[in-house]
Design a protein. Structure first.
Length: 331
């Protein structure tokens, strides 16, 4: 059975809430500069029976810090090896599990690390990430962002392979009529597992959003396959017969909304009613300035899916502005 749960435990929430010893992470995540974004992380079930939870601070697509918590061990920090450097004032002692009191005492030094490392992220890493962070942080009356790089988890690798093949193979098979198209050689051989953005629509449906920078002509063309796969994965997660069931899925989504609201990561905008039966809609968001060739290829791929009866719920294609607003593109 596949699972999904991006909620924090009580101790991690206490650290991040106003007045908590790590509350500055939320302040960094709400800062408008540098495409900053804070997301809660965790797995519903882990093979060793533990439930590690963490909060990740992003600059675009780059993870600059994880604050990780495991009830039996305490807290620790993690950063990519290219960023966790002495020149950025990184301290290797932060990488060891320790009581909250111990890590909290040196949190001012952690802030100094972030103030040094964040400006060092090159603009090359912000091409897709800037739009993704903007969409994640945009206050809209049409949708409410829940998570980015959202991924379901599996109880085993064989289960993962079986479910991905069951859901992905029909999508890939549907485009066989495009084999004579010049861009056929770039057809993906498999479909990934991380949805760029998971959001709530104004009617309470989930939105599986695939974000593409304007220059990614090849991936824009094939994006209907990928985003439909994400929508199918989350539909399966919420299903009563093959997943955790609508009651559990609704509970997880409601708790995610509540936690983001308490942390101040949701301010104003839409607060949709979450329905008891979850419907997942696929959405593609493309950065402004994309080529006509990219959109024409996308239309061909989408038409193949529709002709194969694989367009329920219907795909939406949006133009993404740099400040995060989405505007529908008519196909």
């Amino acid at each position: 059975m596949i699972t999904y749960d991006r909620t924090a435990d009580d101790e991690l929430m206490d650290a991040l809430l106003p007045g908590g010893w790590a509350s500055s992470l939320v302040k960094f995540g709400k800062t408008s500069g540098y495409a900053l974004d804070l997301q809660l992380r965790g797995y519903a079930v882990q093979s060793n029976g533990t439930k590690e939870k963490w909060a990740t601070l992003y600059v675009g697509l780059t993870k600059v810090l994880d604050l990780r918590h495991l009830p039996s061990k305490g807290f620790k920090l993690r950063a990519h090896s290219t960023l966790a450097l002495a020149k950025h004032h990184w301290d290797v002692s932060w990488e060891k599990w320790q009581p909250k009191e111990q890590l909290g005492k040196c949190w001012g030094e952690v802030d100094q690390y972030l103030e040094r490392v964040i400006p060092s992220i090159g603009k090359a890493f912000l091409v897709e990430g800037a739009v993704q962070s903007a969409v994640s942080g945009f206050t809209s009356d049409k949708f409410l962002v829940l998570d980015r790089e959202a991924a379901v988890t599996y109880t085993s690798n064989p289960e993962k392979k079986r479910i991905k093949a069951c859901l992905g193979d029909p999508l890939l098979d549907s485009v066989s009529d495009l084999s004579r198209e010049p861009f056929w050689a770039s057809k993906p051989s498999s479909l990934g597992g991380e949805c760029d953005v998971l959001a709530l629509d104004q009617d309470g449906s989930l939105l599986a959003i695939e974000i593409k920078p304007r220059s990614s002509t090849t991936s824009i063309r094939w994006s209907p396959l990928q985003v439909r796969h994400y929508a199918n994965l989350f539909s399966r997660w919420a299903s009563d017969d093959l997943g955790v069931g609508s009651e559990e899925a609704t509970r997880v989504i409601k708790r995610m909304v509540d936690q983001r609201h308490r942390l101040g990561l949701i301010e104003g905008g839409l607060m949709p009613h979450i329905t008891s039966t979850i419907k997942v809609k696929p959405v593609i968001a493309i950065g402004r300035g994309y080529s006509d060739k990219a959109l024409q290829g996308l239309k061909l791929v989408q038409q193949c899916l529709a002709d194969s009866g694989l367009n329920d719920p219907p795909l939406q294609v949006m133009e993404a502005k740099l400040w995060g607003e989405l505007e529908e593109i008519s196909l």
